[in-house]
Design a protein around this ligand. Structure first.
Ligand code: TYM
Length: 335
């Protein structure tokens, strides 16, 4: 059985890129762990009150997807082993490779001009590596944009094993063949992003049907009227991926049906596919969010179980590096 780990930041609300690229591939399974990575959310300036609320919301969304039944669902900051493991891993990471990460370059460029680059932004992928390596993860289901970070986690694991002795399992990214990189509706050359200030660039999983219809109809498309995927048609290509993601129909089947009907007809069909695709999740989410106490209990239980799994791996890494485990940690077998 492959061990699976994935995570989502609780910044802003989840959009259909998160859903299609990641969430819908996550499964309730005892070997799968899903984490609300709230410590990652402070790598850019944040609002402390919003963080707690957003963490509970994101947990509610994963509960609404049914992931708590079977998998371990928890908040990163509830398991301090993540932070300690991150520090151990900094010994095998280099500033050069962290500076070369695409996401760091993009965010640093945006922030640097205004307020300086927070050191946490550079260390972000080391914390992510700690998340993954702590649980002896085999597979990390993520969207295309996180592939580079998972590969870095693998490099760090390999380097650590070579330098200090066999400790970590080498993880690999699991990327969806369809909809792994959903683009912005306002600029289909960029990815759909939580941090995009333009609300019309993204469809939130909580958007009501009329908002979804309006956003899809207003999505930037290309000149021409034929519906088919092509590098010259990034807007239409993106909508085809979205519709394929929500209906499960291959892009070729959609092209056969919509090619000659004009953009308007196609966009109306895309909007309905998104509305219908999100409807069951939205209904379940409303139910789950009505009971915040239940979400708290799920997170508390998840943190307890995640800690049990993390501690022996952390202890082994500490021992390999020359920190005597007996001073601080109780004995226990590897999972
Ligand atoms: P985050 O919170 O930005 O996104 C959560 C998941 O959604 C995917 N995703 C997309 N997929 C397709 N199209 C898009 N436009 C799109 N935007 C986002 C992401 O690839 C991700 O799978 N660094 C991670 C969180 C993280 C993590 C981890 C993930 C922290 N530790 C350990 C896996 C394992 C992030 O910021 O995801």
């Amino acid at each position: 059985m492959a061990r699976v780990f994935s995570g989502v930041q609780p910044t802003g609300e989840a959009h259909i890129g998160n859903y299609l690229g990641a969430f819908r591939h996550w499964r309730p399974d005892p070997e799968h762990m899903y984490c609300i990575v709230d410590l990652h959310a402070i790598t850019v300036e944040h609002d402390p009150e919003a963080l707690e609320r957003d963490t509970r919301f994101m947990a509610g969304l994963l509960v609404a997807l049914g992931l708590h039944e079977g998998s371990i669902l928890f908040a990163q900051s509830d398991v301090p082993a993540h932070v300690e493991m991150m520090w151990l891993l900094t010994s095998v990471a280099t500033v050069g490779e962290l500076e070369r990460m695409t996401q760091f370059k993009a965010k640093a460029r945006a922030l640097g001009r205004r307020a300086g680059i927070p050191a946490g932004l550079l260390m972000y992928p080391v914390l992510m590596a700690a998340d993954i390596l702590l649980y002896r993860t085999d597979e990390v289901p993520v969207g295309e944009d996180q592939k580079q970070h998972v590969e870095l986690a693998r490099d760090l694991a390999e380097r650590f094993n070579r330098r200090y002795g066999e400790t970590f399992v080498l993880p690999k990214p699991a990327i969806s063949p369809v909809a792994a990189r959903i683009k912005s509706l306002s600029d289909p050359t960029r990815k759909m992003s939580k941090s995009d200030a333009d609300p019309d660039s993204k469809i939130l999983v909580t958007d009501p049907p009329d908002v979804i219809r309006r956003k899809v109809m207003a999505a930037v498309t290309d000149s021409g009227r034929e519906v088919y995927p092509s590098p010259e048609k990034p807007g239409i290509t993106n909508l085809l991926e979205i519709m394929s993601g929500f209906t499960g129909r291959p892009v070729e089947a959609l092209v056969a049906e919509y090619r000659d009907g004009g953009y308007g007809r196609f966009k109306r069909a895309v909007a309905e596919a998104v509305v219908e695709g999100l409807r069951p999740l939205q209904a379940e989410l409303a139910r789950v969010l009505a009971d915040p106490g239940a979400i708290e209990r799920i997170l508390a239980e998840g943190a307890r179980r995640a800690s049990e799994r993390a501690e022996p791996v952390l202890r082994l890494a500490r021992e390999r590096m020359g920190f005597p485990a007996v001073r601080r940690l109780a004995a226990g077998a590897l999972p």
